[in-house]
Design a protein around this ligand. Structure first.
Ligand code: NAD
Length: 354
């Protein structure tokens, strides 16, 4: 288990320190873990003048999996676009061909009151959203600005998916559903878009190879509505880049706190970049106030998806659940008036729960 640690910026180093304690615990139990350390984002720009420097690139290619904290911060906002921390993140995803983004939206029953939806609608929620990450309108050519026939300035983008791109993300969807409750909902806009008509055809054809999976299709506008109306109807959702971008942010809010949600971005061979969905939280950086749980749950995903150690993943998830059940809360998940603990104390509790 050759794991590259990229703490990043802002609260990144604080939350990653707690994740490393969990990895060290497993190492003492005999897991063959080797950690290497590198820089990404603003920290990399400060040290090497680039958000994804060559040194990090070499380490990333050599690793089996990468744990990332988060990148960005006001200090870097005035840099030219290519040097911004977020460009480092886009560059590493592209460089490693991480085409499948897995984002669970789950809500521990103990935190049901912190969702903006009614507790009965969201308690026990457990959805996996699979978003295609390297194609679609974000990358389609041609794109740009031009002057049209009547002399007006216009912008244009191209939505685009090739059959093979749909097949490989759909396969991740079906395989993930097989490991869960065997329900897959493919989200598209096949009533309007040709790209979506192809998408639906390909997913339907692939469904024949997965007879155990109950496959459904939904238009993206309806999916956006159903996610807030009755989110527990979903098990696994698979969708394209732009629809997934929007729906996964919507779904993350069902779960209450941004400090709880992990993510994985995988290549075709199971190599992955694992990171919390939140940003670098400059408003609380360096104050021992950040919630490390999203990062630690990202590590659980790494154990499950890259290292095929669902047993270890479950131990981490159970530890999180038991710590929450004792009532321990960082500021982001505490209800008004509830006592709050810091990043370090949450890490202590998780390590001892393990
Ligand atoms: P953010 O996610 O950093 O913060 C939003 C709010 O959530 C803040 O109030 C913050 O304090 C809180 N928060 C976030 N993570 C938390 C945690 N673990 N525990 C407790 N509270 C937490 O989003 P933002 O403020 O819009 O962005 C800040 C910087 O992060 C920007 O530079 C942005 O570009 C960058 N960003 C990076 C990523 C990434 O690295 N993947 C993602 C989003 C934003």
């Amino acid at each position: 288990m050759n794991i590259l640690i990229l703490p990043g910026d802002g609260i990144g180093p604080e939350i990653m320190a707690q994740a490393i304690r969990v990895l060290e615990k497993f190492k003492t139990e005999g897991l063959p873990i080797t950690l290497t350390h590198g820089l990404l984002g603003g920290a990399a720009y400060d040290a090497h003048g680039h958000p994804y420097p060559d040194a990090t690139q070499k380490l990333a290619h050599a690793a089996d999996a990468i744990m990332l904290g988060c990148v960005g911060g006001p200090k870097y906002d005035t840099l030219p676009r290519a040097m911004r921390p977020e460009q480092g993140l886009l560059a590493i995803r592209k460089d490693l061909k991480l085409f499948a983004n897995l984002r669970p939206a789950m809500l521990y029953p103990e935190l049901a009151a912190s969702s903006s939806l009614k507790p009965e609608v969201v308690a026990g929620l457990d959805i996996m959203i699979i978003r295609e990450l390297t194609g679609d309108i974000y990358f389609g050519q041609p794109r740009g600005r031009r002057t049209n026939a009547v002399g007006e300035d216009e912008g244009y983008d191209t939505m685009h998916y090739a059959r093979s791109e749909v097949e490989r993300i759909a396969r991740v969807g079906f395989e993930t559903a097989m490991k869960r409750n065997k329900k897959l909902c493919s989200v598209d806009k096949a009533n309007v878009l040709d790209t979506s008509i192809l998408w639906r055809e390909v997913v339907t054809e692939m469904g024949k190879s997965y007879p155990q999976v109950e496959l459904s299709h939904m238009y993206v506008d309806n999916a956006a509505m159903q996610l807030v109306r009755a989110p527990k109807q979903f098990d696994v959702i698979v969708t394209g880049n732009i629809f997934g971008d929007i729906l996964s942010d919507e779904a993350s809010m069902l779960a209450g706190s941004i400090g709880m949600l992990p993510s994985a971005s995988l290549d075709a061979n199971g190599k992955g970049l694992y990171e919390p969905i939140h940003g670098s939280a400059p408003d609380i950086a360096g104050q021992n106030r950040a919630n490390p749980i999203a990062t630690i749950l990202s590590m659980a995903m790494m154990m499950r998806y890259t290292f095929a150690r669902a047993d270890i993943a479950q131990r981490i998830e159970t530890a999180v659940r038991s710590v929450l059940a004792t009532g321990l809360r960082t500021g982001d998940i505490a209800l008004p008036g509830e006592p709050v603990v810091g990043t370090q104390a949450m890490g202590d509790a998780l390590v001892s729960a393990l």
